[in-house]
Structures are given as C-alpha cells and as structure tokens.
Design a protein around this ligand. Structure first.
Ligand SMILES: Cc1ncc(COP(=O)(O)O)c(C=O)c1O
Length: 388
C-alpha cells in the first residue's frame, strides 16, 4: 500500500516482493540440501511437513521460497510453487491433478513442449486430451466433459503465434481446474488468477529471470491447491535450484524496467517490419492489425517482448535471414537482454505433427523474434541489412 491507501503499482511491488524481515535487500543463497533436525521427533516432524523449509531442500528451501513469495505477491495469489523449469511446472501440475481416465481440455495453438507432453506421456498414461482453438472462449467451454475434465489449459499470448485467450471467459469456467501459461506476459503484464483462473504458470527461465542464466518454472494459486500439487511435486522431483531461484528474484527486481523497454522496442520493430516488402505478416498483440488487439489491450498492461514474423519465400529465406543478422542472435529462448530469432518449426515445434503445424500456422517461413534491450535503431538497421 502507498501512504494514501492506494495499492502500489506492480513495478513498485516487484522491487520488494518476497523480501523477508531479516533486513537483507537480496535473499541469501541457501545451498544446503538438508538441515539438522536434532532428533527422531524433529526428523519425523520435518518428514510430515508440507512445503516447509528447514528439513530437506526438495521439500522446501528458503531461497526458493523467497522467489515463490515474490511470485505470489505479484500474481495476487495465496501461494506459489517453484520448479526446475517451465516444463517441470507443467508436467508436475498435470500429473498432480490428473489420473488415468481423466480428461484435459488444452489449446492446440501453444508451446510445442506442452503439446509434446500432452501427446506423449499424458496419452501413454491414459489421460485423454481434447484440443481447442484458444482464440474462441466458447471452444474451451464446449469441450468440458462434466465429471471427467480435470484441467482446462490455456496459454496467452501463445508461443509463437501471439494468439490471445479471453481470461475472463476462461476464469468463468467452473468444475475443472483452469491453468494459464502466462510466460510471454510475465506477472507484470497480466494476472490470470485475478480473473478467476485457478493457476497461473510461468517458465521463469524467460522474462522473469530475464538474463538467460536460470532454468526455472513456477505456478501460483490458492494455498490448498498449491499444497495438493506440492504433495505430488515433492515426489516428481522437478525441484528448483536455490541458485536459479536467486536469479529469479534478481530478475523480478528489474522486470518492470525491462518489460517496459522491451515492449516499447517490440512495438516499434513490429510496426517497422509490418511495412517491409519481404515480410508477409507480423504477429504482435500491440499492433492495431492484430485480430485480438482490443482483447489484448483489455487484459494486458504491456504487450511483451515476443513477436513472430512470416517471411515471403521459403525455408531457404528463413535460413538466410538467420545467417545474415549480426546483432540479432539465433537462439531458442525469449525475454532476455539479447534480441533472438528462431525458426519455430525447427525448434520449439520440431516434434509437433506436420498436420497440426499446418493447421496452427507454424509454417516453414515463420520466425520468432524475442526483442531484447538493444536500441531500436540498431535492431532496425540489422533487419534492414539482412532482409535487403
Ligand atoms: C510458453 C512457454 N511455456 C513453457 C515453456 C517451457 O519452459 P522451460 O524451457 O523453462 O521448461 C516455454 C519454453 O520456451 C514456453 O515458451
């Protein structure tokens, strides 16, 4: 709260979120995997504890908990649970909530790793999945099978197409749990749980940690649900490392400034690329030409660092572009300080069925661009030269 009673802006909260009462401005790095529990009774109490630190780091670790508290504060939820990666968060949450014979409604147009997990391990375990087009809220509702559907999963904006899911419509679905992968937006870009969504998930490897030096995932939601998921996650073992959690907290401190800068530069670059004759289409929710621009404006504070571009030509043109760019690097993450380009069909969506790729617009000439912290003029000149 400010001294006028107004709730602080998210950028301000990010500077202190998760801080404890010790007076330290930065959390301590607790590398210890275990704690002295004194005697049999202490060990017994630790083994029965839920999501607590002071026993064994897979159960809970003070540095990881600083990160979890920071995320819960920013998402406006009671609790959060960190994992060793975004996929660790997705896999653990699905297996915590779904059993053989259960049903999931998921978005067809989303991150390739999520699709691979749903089509591989989930199918193998007898968990049935119905895919929908996330751009239509009605499709999520219509696919729910009362009593059978345990989880409705959405991603917004989507990787790599930047489609938007209506958070209010998703949050209104009652019965199954709802989960939103909010990685591209970050906790300062949107807050899905404030719309009634049960769980918000992030690959914190991306914009949250923000410096390409952590592999980290997190979910946020009500305490009881997070504890239920913890009871499975502690056995699944996709535990966050304290060092990555420390980098996660450090990233959160500067997330406001980075996200604002990246969103502004991405907007300029998207507008400039949209006018270039070698580019067929630019997908960025900040563009007035984006089919869901109005919805994005309603539910997002910033449009984020990620866009995708559809080149004129063939795969060879995509290859040549990646070879000719000098400042912009070819690498497969997003949300960091460097501007990166990647060919979705050869990377994030490599294991996705070609028919599904065709149906969801993952073409041979679709390139994902994650805008970093360089000056717009330098990025524009790099693209201008490479596209010429
Ligand atoms: C939207 C989205 N969700 C989840 C993931 C998986 O995250 P991680 O690589 O941290 O496992 C990614 C990775 O690119 C992603 O882009």
């Amino acid at each position: 709260m400010t001294n006028t009673g107004r709730d602080q802006e998210p950028e301000t909260k990010a500077v202190t979120a998760g801080r404890d009462a010790s007076g330290a401005l930065s959390p301590a790095l607790w590398a210890s995997s275990t704690w002295d529990t004194t005697d049999v009774d202490g060990t017994n109490a630790g083994a029965k504890s839920v999501h607590a630190s002071g026993f064994y780091s897979r159960y809970g670790n003070p540095t990881v908990q600083s990160f979890e508290h920071a995320i819960a504060e920013l998402e406006g939820t009671e609790a959060a649970l960190a994992f060793g990666s975004g996929m660790g968060a997705i896999a653990s949450t699905i297996f915590a909530l779904c059993s053989t014979g259960d049903h999931i409604v998921a978005q067809r147009n989303c991150y390739g790793g999520t699709l691979a997990f749903l089509d591989g391990p989930c199918k193998r375990m007898g968990i049935d999945v119905t895919y929908v087009d996330g751009r239509s809220a009605n499709e999520f509702v219509a696919a729910v099978r009362p009593g059978k559907t345990m989880l409705v999963m959405a991603e917004t904006p989507t990787n790599p197409h930047l489609d938007i899911v209506d958070l209010a419509a998703l949050g209104a679905i009652k019965g199954p749990y709802t989960m939103v992968d909010s990685t591209l937006a970050t906790p300062l870009g949107q807050r899905p749980c404030s719309y009634g969504v049960s769980l918000t998930m992030h690959s914190a490897t991306k914009g949250i940690a923000g410096h390409n030096d952590a592999t980290l995932g997190v979910i946020a939601g009500e305490k009881d649900l997070i504890n239920t998921i913890w009871s499975y996650a502690v056995l699944h073992g996709a535990t966050a490392s304290p060092f990555d959690a420390l980098n996660g907290v450090r990233g959160i401190r500067s997330l406001g400034a980075r996200l604002r800068q990246q969103s502004e530069t991405a907007q300029q670059l998207a507008e400039w690329l949209s006018t270039h004759p070698a580019i067929k289409r630019v997908n960025y929710p900040g563009l007035a030409s984006h089919p869901q621009h109005e919805l994005a404006k309603r539910q997002m504070r910033w449009f984020g660092s990620l866009m995708s571009i559809e080149l004129c030509g063939t795969t060879d043109d995509a290859r040549r572009l990646s070879q000719r760019l000098r400042l912009v690097r070819s690498a497969v993450t997003l949300g960091g300080p460097d501007t990166l380009i990647s060919h979705s069909t050869s990377s994030t969506h490599i294991s996705v069925d070609p028919a599904v790729k065709a149906a969801t617009g993952i073409s041979d000439t679709l390139m994902r661009v994650s805008v970093g912290l360089e000056a717009f003029a330098d990025l524009r000149d790099d693209f201008a030269e490479a596209l010429a």
